[in-house]
Design a protein around this ligand. Structure first.
Ligand SMILES: NC(=O)c1ccc[n+]([C@@H]2O[C@H](COP(=O)([O-])OP(=O)(O)OC[C@H]3O[C@@H](n4cnc5c(N)ncnc54)[C@H](O)[C@@H]3O)[C@@H](O)[C@H]2O)c1
Length: 496
């Protein structure tokens, strides 16, 4: 099974737009139905946000985007697709009618899913043709960045529907969590709802402002949640004595009045005014678009940090982004590739922690970007996890030239020209340009030696890898030799 070629989306608001971005930027075609004429322009803005965020997140170039088609009816959204994902307003009758119309038009094998935050799948399925292929697939905002999707079966959902859905969402980089019983609110929203009720009480009772409630999460527990969740965190809190000790120590508190869980404050005008005023103060004049960008940038940083530790959402990202060697071949050379130009296999964005005291990217970051570009080239030559168990290219020489400054937020594109190859050596030239104006910022000339990774000594490259490298070198021989190739370093030398 591969990622879906086309999906149909019903509703293109916050969540539908997020789904559209995840699918389109993953290379899947999208057919979107939304009766609101403003949904098209709104979606364009969401796509812009997502391109920005995913471009920063992924060290490899994003695949070619899927095609977006706005369609006039739910039935049209269900034509020629593998999945219909409904993300319309949270109203049972509206969703039932919409799902029934799409399901009647969809082929029998098409998965039908609802993004509902809390409605039960059995209720939603009333009126759906072939309800055995219907399920709830509940995502989180922004859908293009957050991997969790809760899958919940209704009474008539077939077990294989859950299995197919699990594979499908996994293939688009998500982490499906199958809810074991049909329940209102599923797993995550039950917990979020509890927190939300408590937060409203704290504001209602004048214990804390909305900003202070947020501080209480983001400066403390929230930092731990993104990689350990609740149970694992508390296990550590129990010390060496573990969970049993933790339960013994804090168990009695469960009987104390630490929470008002089942009660909710009346949403009086006074309480609403307080919340709105304090929330405005907290936003400090920043628009929703600015806050969305800030949210995405922070999520990208957290996800990248977690990827380095291969934990939580970072592990999901690493698996999907092809940073594990097993997924390298996904970008391997294919018939019909245009080899008449330098290869564009890698892009990156200058992140805040790349910038040094000079106000531009630290020199180590340039080498990192070029190193990642070389890895992308090796993947392109067909070096995959199997291959790496016996052979690999090791870098033996690099010559970096820094021509202009790479500044915070600059989007960087690397193009790669193969200059020469023989059985054991590969000679390449990378050029790093700023996407916005095409300015050449840096170059790297590198020589790689092919190594037998078991014997740890130089050895000829495998026949298929070598054949691809030779094909590239032959094609790139028609390109002008880069001006800086072969230069030496020294005062008064041409590269100084
Ligand atoms: N916002 C969240 O954080 C979140 C998270 C997970 C799940 N959800 C669920 O996703 C669904 C959508 O929520 P949202 O936040 O995107 O709402 P939204 O109001 O942003 O978007 C709803 C969209 O549906 C469109 N719409 C209205 N009537 C329609 C119809 N008959 N057919 C098709 N589209 C129609 C609207 O024009 C709008 O664009 C809800 O079921 C919600 O519970 C929301």
């Amino acid at each position: 099974m591969s990622a879906p070629r086309a999906v149909g989306l019903l509703g293109g608001g916050v969540i539908g737009g997020g789904w559209a971005a995840r699918f389109l930027l993953g290379g899947t075609d999208v057919r979107l139905y939304d009766p609101d004429p403003e949904s098209g322009p709104r979606l364009a803005e969401t796509l812009e946000l997502a391109r920005r965020a995913l471009g920063r997140l992924s060290p490899v170039a994003l695949p070619r985007e899927g095609r977006l088609t706005l369609v006039p009816t739910p039935a049209a959204a269900a034509q020629g697709v593998e999945l219909v994902q409904e993300s319309a307003p949270e109203r049972l009758e509206l969703k039932q009618a919409l799902l029934a119309a799409a399901a009647a038009a969809a082929g029998p094998e098409v998965l039908i899913a609802s993004s509902t935050s809390g409605l039960r799948p059995t209720a939603l399925a009333a009126g759906i043709a072939r309800p055995e292929r219907f399920l709830v697939a509940h995502p989180f905002n922004p859908v293009y960045l957050l991997p969790l999707v809760e899958l919940c079966a209704g009474e008539r959902t077939a077990p294989e529907t859950i299995e197919r859905a699990r594979r499908l969402y996994d293939l688009v980089g998500m982490a499906p969590l199958v809810v074991r019983k049909e329940i209102d609110g599923f797993v995550a929203d039950r917990m979020l709802e509890a927190l939300w009720r408590e937060a409203l009480w704290l504001v209602n009772d004048g214990v804390a402002t909305v900003a202070e409630v947020d501080d209480a999460i983001r400066l403390g527990a929230g930092l731990r949640w993104s990689f350990m969740g609740t149970f694992m965190t508390y296990r550590i809190a129990g010390g060496e004595a573990g969970m049993r000790h933790f339960m013994a120590q804090f168990g009695p508190a469960l009987q104390w009045p630490w929470t008002k869980l089942m009660d909710v404050p009346d949403l009086t005008d006074a309480l609403l005014d307080t919340i709105v005023t304090q929330s405005d103060e907290q936003a400090d004049g920043r628009s929703v678009r600015e806050l969305e960008q800030l949210r995405d940038d922070c999520l990208v940083s957290v996800l990248q940090a977690l990827r380095a530790h291969d934990i939580g959402a970072g592990a999901v990202l690493a698996r999907h982004a092809g940073e594990h060697a097993a997924s390298l071949p996904t970008s391997a050379m294919a018939d019909g590739d245009d080899l008449s130009r330098p290869l564009a296999l890698h892009s990156a964005t200058v992140e805040p922690d790349w910038v040094d005291y000079n106000g531009h990217a630290h020199e180590s970051r340039y080498l990192r970007v070029f190193g990642d570009a070389s890895d992308a080239l090796f993947a392109y030559l067909g070096i995959d996890a199997d291959y790496l168990t016996g052979g690999s290219y090791f870098t033996v020489e690099s010559h970096l030239s820094h021509l202009r400054e790479a500044l915070l937020g600059d989007r960087l594109l690397v193009t790669t020209q193969v200059l020469d190859v023989d059985a054991r050596r590969l000679h390449v030239f990378h050029a790093l340009a700023r996407e916005s104006d095409g300015a050449l910022l840096a170059t790297a000339e590198q020589l790689f030696l092919h190594v037998d990774t078991v014997a740890r000594r130089a050895a000829p490259a495998g026949a298929a890898v070598l054949a691809r490298a030779e094909q590239l070198a032959e094609a790139h021989a028609f390109l002008p030799r880069p001006e800086r190739a072969g230069r030496a370093i020294g005062i008064g030398s041409p590269s100084a």
